[in-house]
Design a binder for this molecule. Structure first.
Ligand code: CP
Length: 307
């Protein structure tokens, strides 16, 4: 088993499948009256968050607690980071507290890689800048497999602000490893022509959402990340929504079995219509629940558990 999960590229097909299978076993616990396992008793998991998060932070905390680990939650806001303390010194402080695993979210792409060189424990990337979010890709793959029965051969369309999306990057890498066919769709300003080839040569690019929907098994809508945009990437929110938003008429172009995903948080009414987000095709709430199981599996396996 790998020691760190810094990128979806750290996962070969065998390791990724083991994590998904283990997540399935962890999900079975959710239906039990007592949801805890004693497997990580005496181990310490630190959640080190330099960026805001709802889903990822809460689900890592729930995952570690369900495995009986001691959990330390660190938020940059209100810490000595505001006095100028560096990531390295913060990491060494956590190291001194005996962290067995550090879950890090950071605005700088590559921060988890740096952290792994400073601490002895496992490092898990919970989102670094616009780079990667590998546990999101794992929970997404788990959700696809649960709903559609397989990943190999699936046609997955990822739509929207690919340029700023760590979710898209990790999904392209993991889904390609597991044999799915990925198409990236969005305005040319947000889906640069070379981005697909740079990530994974088999990935395709389209700028016409309507033309790819009839063949999709999965359509994954991405949040438009206006907070990361210094320039104007599209004429207006209304125009973006008209060309690349998933509304009910567009959803009807999907095959009957196709599912609609979104990593959250959503801009309802922009990249996804509320009626679509709340429809029976939508897996958005399921993705959040599956996030706990997937993160339990990652913590369990990286910290020395067996399948
Ligand atoms: N999907 C995701 O990473 O959500 P949060 O930013 O709320 O953690």
């Amino acid at each position: 088993m790998i020691k760190h999960l810094r990128s979806a590229a750290d996962l070969d097909a065998e390791t990724a499948t083991l994590i998904l299978d283990t997540a399935g076993e962890m999900a079975a616990l959710a239906g039990r009256e007592v949801k805890k396992l004693p497997t990580l008793r005496g181990r310490t998991v630190v959640n080190l968050f330099y960026e805001d998060s709802t889903r990822t932070r809460i689900s890592f905390e729930a995952a570690a607690k369900r495995l009986s680990a001691d959990v330390i939650n660190f938020s940059a806001k209100g810490s000595s980071v505001s006095k100028g303390e560096s990531l390295k010194d913060t990491a060494l402080t956590l190291q001194a507290m005996g962290a067995d695993a550090v879950v890090i979210r950071h605005p700088a792409s590559g921060a988890p890689h740096r952290l792994a060189s400073w601490v002895d424990g496992s490092v898990i990337n919970a989102g670094d800048g616009t780079h990667e979010h590998p546990t999101q890709a794992l929970l997404d793959a788990y959700t696809m497999r649960s709903r559609l029965g397989r990943i190999a051969g699936l046609r997955v369309v990822i739509v929207g602000d690919v340029l700023h999306s760590r979710v898209a990057r990790s999904n392209v890498l993991l889904l390609s490893t597991l044999g799915a066919k990925v198409t990236l769709v969005g305005p040319p300003t947000l889906v640069p022509v070379d981005i697909a080839a740079a990530l994974e040569p088999s990935t395709e690019v389209s700028y016409d959402l309507d033309s790819v929907l009839p063949d999709a098994d999965v359509v994954m809508m991405l949040r438009v990340q206006t907070e990361r945009m210094q320039d104007s990437f599209f004429p207006s929110a209304r125009e973006y929504s008209r060309r690349y938003g998933l509304d009910v008429p567009r959803m009807r172009k999907l095959p009957e079995h196709a599912i609609v995903m979104h990593p959250g948080p959503m801009n309802r009414g922009m990249e996804i219509a509320p009626e679509v987000a709340d429809s029976s095709r939508s897996t958005i709430v399921e993705q959040v629940a599956n996030g706990v199981s997937a993160r339990m599996a990652v913590l369990y396996l990286l910290l020395g558990g067996k399948a």
